[in-house]
Design a protein around this ligand. Structure first.
Ligand code: SF4
Length: 338
């Protein structure tokens, strides 16, 4: 082994020790991490796993996602197959009725997911949609006791309060990218609109789930801005989406990522947010490909089954992957692993 490789190994191990002793990863270290070489990748992953293991052991949290309202969205988010500017041939429907949402909850429970994510397309919900979701959430809580995360777009304060009062535990609203790059991917609402909704949800007493999408043409600095902004917002859960470019969307045919860079990005998230749940979210299968299991050395959560408008690998394959790693799914209960 060359002396350079020895020095590098020591460096990532030292960075992990620094993080474990309570000294956060600096922005400069984050940039170095994103630019690190392929030959350092296993050392970086091993060091990152020390941090992951300290806070989450070998546990994996599963999330099950229901697209409760699909397409028909007036917004122009460039990555999204449901936007008004997308020609992608997706299923389009208005808000799902109680039966469909309850079936999704039963599927979440039988898939060993602790959290049921109810996701609706659109700029934000109508008051009637909020009332509908509130009624169904009360039933889901009574029947299945699942943790509920709602992703309904931009929220007004009174809507957020009604959702919190009905038992919604968490609101998902992703930053997606940096403030600087935001207008390159969406012009119909602003980055600040997204921050405002997160603040409204937090004031109503709900936890925040917010993450990013990488692979949209952003720079390393944009990724770092987003990752550190999420830290300032004190989010409890971070979904890391890897762009799955869909034909018919403005970002079709974009393939900026390779599996090794995806792993580096997951390591960055873990080292900046040591005790926060990090989820490998949309685009896991198509971007990490044969290396997706390795992502769980940094992240501690995945979606089981499908995404909003794209298929994921089967739940059986997810369970096999977790078992092959020697990791275990957290079943039942709502408390975070520590
Ligand atoms: S991400 Fe949400 S707001 Fe943006 S286009 Fe898709 S459904 Fe609409």
């Amino acid at each position: 082994m060359s002396s350079i490789e020895t020095t590098t190994q020591l460096q990532w191990h030292e960075v992990a020790q620094q993080v474990l002793s309570g000294n956060a990863l600096t922005r400069e270290q984050g940039l170095e991490l994103l630019q690190s070489s392929d030959s350092e990748l296993l050392d970086l992953l091993a060091a990152t796993f020390l941090v992951r293991r300290t806070y989450f052991g070998r546990t994996v949290q599963l999330y099950y996602l229901k697209n409760a309202k699909s397409g028909l969205c007036p917004e122009d988010c460039g990555y999204c197959s449901q936007s008004i500017v997308s020609d992608a041939p997706i299923e389009k429907y208005t808000i799902a009725n109680e039966r469909v949402l309850m079936e999704g909850a039963a599927k979440a429970a039988s898939s060993q997911a602790r959290t049921y994510c109810i996701v609706a397309s659109g700029r934000g919900p109508t008051d009637r949609e909020v009332d509908h979701v509130c009624r169904v959430v009360e039933k889901i809580k009574a029947d299945h006791g699942l943790h509920i995360c709602a992703c309904l777009g931009l929220l007004k304060p009174d809507q957020a309060q009604r959702l919190a009062d009905a038992g919604v535990d968490r609101i998902n609203h992703n930053l997606n990218t940096s403030r600087r790059y935001y207008e390159e991917i969406c012009t119909t609402h602003t980055y600040q609109d997204r921050i405002d909704t997160l603040e409204v949800a937090q004031k109503a007493g709900m936890e925040l789930c917010s993450g990013l999408i990488v692979g949209m043409g952003e720079t390393h600095d944009d990724i770092l801005d987003t990752v550190f902004e999420l830290h300032a917002l004190n989010v409890k859960s971070i979904p890391v989406n890897f762009l799955h470019s869909i034909d018919g969307t403005p970002l079709e045919k974009r393939e900026d990522l390779d599996p090794r860079q995806c792993l580096r990005i997951l390591c960055l998230l873990r080292l900046v947010h040591p005790a926060t749940e990090i989820r490998i979210a949309g685009g896991r299968e198509v971007n990490l490909r044969s290396m997706q299991a390795m992502g769980l050395y940094a992240a501690n959560s995945i979606f089981v089954s499908d995404y909003l408008t794209t298929k994921g690998q089967s739940a059986e394959d997810d369970f096999s992957m977790i078992e092959d790693l020697g990791f275990e799914v957290i079943i039942g209960g709502h408390e975070m692993a520590s």
